[in-house]
Design a protein around this ligand. Structure first.
Ligand code: ADP
Length: 264
């Protein structure tokens, strides 16, 4: 029995395949999302890693922005439910999840049993998302992978106050032309993302333990800025970028078992 969770995002494609015992037999991430060759490539890589064929998959759950376009999925489940499921499995007891992906940010509030109580989402604007960080990384001649280490060297946090990505980009260019150190500007960019995420978190019952999931949680600069902003400890979910795919795979395994029982 094999169960697959397929998270087709705006910025990346992620797959987790579980065997019948719930063990991870494939984990693949590719920095190419919906509308690209990413989903196809990540599927090929995951099947090869597990040493199985597509026909061997008992059940597949798709999630993420591109989930409706996944023709091989047996079922679609929302990102909210999948992140909640994946985070509750990887960091049991979490009550508040801040998930920042390629083009949206979410605050998800869980009850004591790990069930979704409430959520808030920003998917209308690139500010406060991974895309914002990608745009700023390009202007600052760095990469999203290097931003956290650079921001560690900041003597001050430069103010990046525009609430729009395009205006914030102009603001960063203006700071650079005024010789503000790049590190300080990067710290300001992290602060801007953290301020927006904290705003979402404060709309609901932001209770500890608080955890970050999604690709942006790999940026320790954003995680630190968020903890500062909330005045609380913020953990990073292990293998944060695949939390949604893992949740989808757990749902798929539950369905696969049900299917097995029905057939048996
Ligand atoms: P989606 O599910 O919407 O496709 P992800 O959850 O994969 O998005 O997050 C993508 C974002 O994660 C990117 O826009 C980028 O800002 C950030 N990111 C991806 N990889 C890294 C990394 N190695 N270090 C820091 N940030 C990263």
């Amino acid at each position: 029995m094999y169960a697959m969770g397929f998270d087709i995002g705006s910025a990346s494609s992620k797959i987790i395949i579980l065997d019948g015992e719930g063990r991870i037999v494939a984990r693949q991430v590719l920095g190419l999302g919906i509308g690209s060759s990413g989903p196809k490539k990540v599927l090929e890589a995951a099947l090869a890693e597990a040493g199985i064929r597509q026909e061997d998959l008992t059940f597949t759950v798709a999630t993420g922005y591109g989930r409706a376009k996944c023709s091989l999925a047996d079922k679609n489940v929302s990102e909210i439910s999948c992140h909640a499921k994946g985070v509750a499995a990887r960091l049991p007891g979490t009550r508040t999840i801040i998930d920042i992906g390629g083009q949206d940010a979410k605050a998800i509030f869980l009850d004591a049993k790990g069930r979704v109580e409430q959520f808030f989402m920003n998917d209308k604007c690139a500010a406060g998302t991974g895309r914002f960080l990608e745009v700023m990384a390009r202007v600052l001649e760095t990469s999203v992978e290097e931003m956290a280490a650079l921001s560690e060297k900041a003597a001050q946090v430069a103010a990046v106050s525009s609430t729009c990505t395009v205006f914030a980009e102009s603001e960063v260019i203006s700071l650079l032309s005024n010789d503000v150190p790049r590190e300080n500007i990067i710290a300001g960019v992290h602060q801007s993302v953290a301020t927006k995420a904290a705003g979402l978190a404060r709309r609901g019952p932001c209770r500890p333990p608080i955890a970050m999931s999604g690709g942006v949680a790999q940026n320790a600069g954003v995680v630190k800025a968020l903890a500062r902003e909330l005045g609380a400890e913020v953990s990073v979910v292990p293998d944060c970028q695949t939390a949604g795919a893992y949740g989808a795979a757990i749902y798929a395994l539950e369905e696969a078992k049900r299917k097995g029982v029905n057939q048996g």
